[in-house]
Design a protein around this ligand. Structure first.
Ligand SMILES: *[C@@H]1O[C@H](CO)[C@@H](O)[C@H](O)[C@H]1NC(C)=O
Ligand SMILES: *[C@@H]1O[C@H](CO)[C@@H](O)[C@H](O)[C@H]1NC(C)=O
Ligand SMILES: *[C@@H]1O[C@H](CO)[C@@H](O)[C@H](O)[C@H]1NC(C)=O
Ligand SMILES: *[C@@H]1O[C@H](CO)[C@@H](O)[C@H](O)[C@H]1NC(C)=O
Length: 364
């Protein structure tokens, strides 16, 4: 009983914090009523920690005020646009299609948002790939530019066609380059690539191939590319037999953490995890969480890419995304070609207004 009362109150307290997002704190007094009112939407990971939610809100408010309340820098966009309080929506880390539609259509799009800032940092890489892809596909369909930091799903947005997404998290190319940098450092010329069917696996393979082609002073030799289709340890072992037959000693692995457990277990059974083998894994294998622990099945000495996706980093990236938004807006306003265009749209998800904001491409 006590617990449920406490939980209810925690929920109403949280609701209060999130409601505060909508409080028009950044509006300047309306001196020029002919100014168009615009804003942007912010989608943040749901958090049950009140301190984290507050901290997100504080960062958001302060970053926006740097631009809207600045007295030192005369921004041109202020002559034309009134920036109303950005709309912050929280979304669970693995949202259902209904939740995505609700947040996007009923909360964000309604408010004449000219861009969406989207942040996720799920601890489990790729677990929410389908929902992230759905969200980004919807925004691409609507034509709203997105500034994203989806640290847990870098592979996703590259598959969305006509995407209008600025990705702030380290890309597939960055990870591939870091792995090859390691090989170069230890003079390992030959290697094989092992991936599963994880989202973005083909982008990873392409990124490695491109970098290998570009590297002329240090010659790499890709002995084999293995895209594993099996899931169970036995299936994976059967597929890895071919890898064993090749001369491979260095393996670049791109998979989820769970998949990597079966892969390294199978490799152990084939005797491919000893001191003569080097496994170098992507960030998706290590996970982006703040708790670091390698499963027992991972071979001793395995290396993995890691980048910090903690709450603090998310806030830094939020600040960066907001800066990018306002600089973009300023550039847009200063460009003569846009002078007889206004940044407004009449988008509606239910077919009443426009279904695509074509001018969003120009703004992007
Ligand atoms: C209001 O803004 C428009 C541009 O949108 C400008 O042409 C006009 O001079 C402004 N009026 C005042 C009173 O600032
Ligand atoms: C790993 O293999 C086991 C059986 O060997 C299977 O039940 C499990 O689903 C596999 N894990 C993944 C992530 O495919
Ligand atoms: C991640 O970044 C934050 C803020 O920059 C820092 O406090 C934290 O120690 C970092 N964590 C790791 C594991 O690097
Ligand atoms: C302004 O809009 C009109 C009609 O849409 C167009 O013909 C004209 O080229 C535009 N002017 C500029 C400077 O873009």
């Amino acid at each position: 009983m006590k617990l449920s009362v406490f939980l209810t109150c925690l929920a109403c307290f949280l609701a209060g914090v999130w409601a505060a997002f909508r409080y028009p704190a950044f509006e300047e007094p309306a001196r020029n009523s002919s100014k168009t009112q615009i804003t942007f939407g912010v989608i943040l990971p749901n958090t049950l920690l009140i301190t984290v939610a507050r901290s997100y809100l504080k960062t958001l408010t302060e970053s926006v005020e740097t631009f809207t309340l600045s007295r030192h820098v005369k921004y041109h966009f202020k002559n034309h646009y009134k920036i109303s309080s950005p709309f912050g929506a929280s979304m669970s880390l693995n949202p259902s299609p209904t939740e995505i539609l609700d947040v996007l259509c009923n909360k964000v799009v309604k408010r004449n948002v000219v861009a969406i800032l989207y942040f996720t940092n799920s601890n489990i890489f790729g677990s929410n790939a389908a929902s992230v892809q759905y969200l980004l596909q919807l925004t691409a369909y609507l034509g709203i530019p997105v500034i994203a930091w989806n640290a847990d799903n870098i592979g996703v947005e590259q598959r969305v066609s006509e995407s209008r997404i600025l990705q702030l998290a380290p890309s597939m190319e960055h990870q591939a380059a870091a792995m090859l940098g390691l090989l170069r450092r230890y003079f390992w010329h030959q290697f094989s690539i092992v991936t599963t069917l994880i989202g973005g696996h083909d982008d990873f393979i392409r990124a490695v191939r491109d970098l290998v082609l570009e590297s002329t002073e240090f010659r790499f030799n890709i002995l084999g590319v293995f895209v594993l289709k099996g899931n169970t340890r036995d299936e994976v072992r059967a597929e890895l037999e071919h890898l064993k037959k090749s001369d491979t000693r260095v393996i670049l692995l791109y998979a989820t953490k769970e998949e990597a457990i079966n892969i390294t277990s199978a490799a152990y059974e084939l005797g491919m995890t000893g001191k003569n083998y080097m496994w170098i894994a992507s960030q998706s294998v290590a996970g982006s969480g703040t708790v670091y622990s390698a499963p027992d099945q991972f071979p001793m000495g395995m290396l993995a890419i890691h980048f910090n996706a903690s709450t603090n980093v998310l806030e830094d990236e939020m600040e960066r995304a907001i800066t990018i938004f306002f600089r973009g807006l300023e550039l847009y306003v200063k460009d003569q070609r846009n002078h007889n265009q206004t940044l407004t749209h009449n988008l509606h998800c239910n077919g009443v207004g426009d279904t695509r904001w074509n001018h969003g491409d120009t703004f992007f």
